[in-house]
Write a new protein. Structure first.
Length: 368
């Protein structure tokens, strides 16, 4: 009988039940109620930004950010080829064109040295992704953006709590986007957040996500808006979860330390590297086999021992509706996808669970 081990399941308990019960008892479970504003204020305070606006999802956060910055048909937006598809799809939502750039072989994040050659007169923005909680080289990205007068929208959906030069990810660009899906550091069940320091833009985003509803006139809408609001019950869960953020961060970072201590001596096995002056949240710990390995067979063997794993994201240019936008070969993105594996990182796991994963993995690949 194998123990229960979780890949990225949420960690909810007594305090979450308390907040949810209070919300249900109040009757304010939908988009009316006090908790959304409170959650926004707590999140902005945590990141030390002027404003945060709650949204329906991380995807909608990216979409509304592109929309607010005026990205439109004919424009180009630079994104990494190796990321979750939700980074790219919002670019299509605004009828712009995603331009894919390969990632750095060590950090797995967008390679700044390849960005500049992808810039054209139609380029309007860059969306760096802090993959698996690992901060990008924001100094170089911001330097390029300033040189070419480009917007930067940070996809920090996986990196809450991560820092670059002692500043939180999501707070470097014009706007930063977060996700509170069930597998993220903290969860609202679904939901997302847009953050930034330009209060006028954030105030307008707040207006847009509420169907651009005029607060002074009944059912009057001066612009086309979006139903991207977070519910009061989701925000209540978020308020409970944000109280536990340091507990979750500490545990995920300790998991990463255990994985490195137990596995780092294995030949041809490497971990995602951090930039200098960066501190990953280690939302998910992932490994990379430098020699060719049958990842699917290894996953099946681990699953038979009660250990869930997940492949690294498939390069987005492999999807049918993005293949026509493929330029070049993106060798690093494919290399990481073909040889990488995400390991159990849910804070529901114990440290003994992580040691068991390491022990089992070493047995299966024949490492001593």
């Amino acid at each position: 009988m194998y123990r229960d081990i979780f890949l990225d399941a949420p960690n909810v308990g007594c305090i979450e039940k308390e907040y949810l019960s209070l919300t249900i008892d109040s009757g304010y479970v939908s988009t009316v109620g006090p908790y959304v504003q409170k959650f926004e204020e707590e999140f902005a305070k945590y990141l030390n930004v002027k404003r945060a606006v709650a949204t329906q999802s991380g995807t909608s956060a990216i979409h509304i950010s592109l929309y607010e910055l005026g990205i439109k048909e004919g424009d180009e937006v630079i994104i990494p080829a190796l990321t979750f598809v939700a980074t790219a799809n919002p670019v299509l939502y605004v009828k712009a064109k995603p331009i894919f750039v390969d990632v750095d072989i060590d950090t797995w994040n967008i390679d700044p040295s390849l960005i500049e050659e992808s810039i054209t007169r139609n380029t309007k923005a860059i969306i760096p992704v802090h993959l698996y909680g690992n901060p990008c080289n924001m100094d170089e990205i911001l330097r390029i953006a300033k040189k070419y007068n480009l917007y930067v929208i940070e996809d920090a959906t996986e990196s809450m709590g991560a820092k670059y030069k002692n500043k939180y990810t999501g707070t470097f660009g014009d706007l930063g986007c977060f996700s509170f899906n069930g597998n993220k550091l903290i969860t609202t069940g679904g939901g997302g957040m847009v953050v930034g320091n330009e209060e006028k833009k954030l105030e307008h985003i707040k207006f847009l996500v509420n169907q651009a509803k005029d607060s002074t006139q009944s059912y009057y809408h001066s612009e086309m808006g979006f139903n991207y609001r977070m519910t009061n019950i989701e925000a209540a869960l978020g308020l409970a979860q944000i109280k536990r953020k340091e507990e979750f961060l500490e545990k995920k970072r300790n998991f990463n330390r255990i994985y490195k201590r137990e596995l780092e001596g294995i030949p041809d096995l490497v971990f995602q590297k951090e930039n200098s002056d960066a501190e990953s949240s280690h939302w998910i710990t992932a490994i990379l086999f430098k020699k060719s390995i049958d990842i699917l067979t290894l996953q099946e063997k681990l699953r038979n021992r009660g250990i869930p794993t997940r492949r690294i994201f498939m390069p987005i240019v492999e999807f049918p509706y993005y293949k026509k936008l493929k330029k070049g070969e993106y060798p690093n993105s494919y290399y990481i996808f073909e040889r990488g594996l995400c390991l159990p990182s849910s804070t529901l796991n114990s440290y003994e669970d992580i040691k068991y994963v390491c022990k089992t993995l070493k047995e299966l690949i024949g490492a001593k």
